[in-house]
Design a binder for this molecule. Sequence first.
Ligand SMILES: [Zn+2]
Length: 174
Amino acid sequence: MAADEPAAVYSNRGGATFKIYGTLIGHGDSVSDGRDRWVDVDLFRTDTGDYAVHRAGMSRVYHRVGNATCTLRGGQPKGLLAVRADLPEGAVSCDVCEPPYPEELEDDEAVLFEFPRHSVKSFATPQEAVTDLFSVRGDSGRGFSPSRPAMAALAQARKNDEGFSVIGMEMDIR
Ligand SMILES: [Zn+2]
């Protein structure tokens, strides 16, 4: 790979595109659960020696436009407008609002697809990256709870990066 090529490019539908320049040092996901929604976690060492944490909420599910059942907490519809050409292979029709199956969709028929939701943060040290990796935000505030994908990404990073290989599992909470 040429040095000026990003190691990864992540685009949010209708939103920001993240280009990460550096080296992928760890990956974890919850794909093996066999569900239609999963998370990806990636750790990078950047070209400038920082560390980047990429998270993505992934889904194969699309919904019927104008349905009254599949909404987020705030009442907004789940998913963003898409046509069949926008759907990935393996896209699945929501079994609650029941839009047509992929092969039954007209080319210009709109559905609401749960496009990937990417976020990237960068940190100066492995310890800061790990602290973020293990952070969860709930209704009652910030907590620390290593997810299986986060643990998998960390295990790989320990093998692939000297900085990660020497850090412990202690979390400094201040
Ligand atoms: Zn639905």
